[in-house]
Design a protein around this ligand. Structure first.
Ligand SMILES: [Zn+2]
Length: 208
């Protein structure tokens, strides 16, 4: 799907020359699907990097017993099979956008675009932008629907076994048929860490 660009009016002709298209009903410039390398559009992409999630837009769902109040609470995880992520040659360089095709989950989520934020707010209000005291930052996290205690990602990030603990938990939580797709019109933006693991394949393939 197309990627939305933040093009100031005065630069619209530059964007157009590079192949950007105007989408009138949402008043935005986009990189159309047939353009694979998005680097020429860097001026209108996030300067601090991040990731654009390509179709299919996967969402994993499960439930767990809250570690604090012990009542059952839903959990979700945002995942992808295809995405374009940014790498930096140096802290001062511009991001270089690279296409990857490998199943991943997004964790340590600092920012999601407005479309995703609005879907979360309406459909998954327990997954929200929350202040994590231990980490000292705002992150998108699962919270208990009964007592609002943070669940999920932080459960592992709090501990020293970040990677192993996280992957094991996701494998258990998000295996198989619990993977669904978000119906989106544009590729969405997310600023987060990315965790991958070959055993995700079961779940991701069943999402076809
Ligand atoms: Zn609870």
């Amino acid at each position: 799907m197309p990627i939305r660009l933040n093009v100031p009016f005065i630069q619209k002709d530059d964007a157009k020359k590079l192949g950007a298209r105007w989408v009138p009903d949402v008043s935005t410039w986009v990189i159309p699907d047939h353009i694979v390398d998005i680097n020429p559009f860097n001026a209108w992409l996030p300067r601090n990097g991040g990731t654009f999630v390509k179709y299919p837009y996967l969402i994993a769902k499960n439930k767990r017993d809250c570690w604090k109040c012990h009542k059952e609470t839903p959990l979700i995880g945002l995942g992808a099979r295809n995405y374009i992520t940014s790498v930096f040659g140096s802290p001062f360089s511009e991001p270089v956008w690279e296409i990857r095709n490998y199943p991943v989950f997004f964790v340590d989520i600092k920012l999601v675009d407005d479309v995703i934020a609005s879907i979360m707010h309406e459909q998954y209000p327990f997954f929200k932008n929350t202040y994590h005291k231990t980490l000292g930052k705002q992150l998108w996290l699962n919270t208990c629907t009964h007592c609002e205690t943070i669940q999920g990602d932080d459960y592992n990030i709090d501990r020293s076994y970040i990677l192993g603990g996280y992957l094991n938990e996701k494998r258990t939580l998000f295996r198989g048929k619990q993977m669904e797709q978000l119906p989106l019109r544009f590729d969405y933006y997310i600023d987060s860490a990315i965790y991958e693991g070959e055993y995700y394949w079961d779940g991701f393939e069943e999402a076809e």
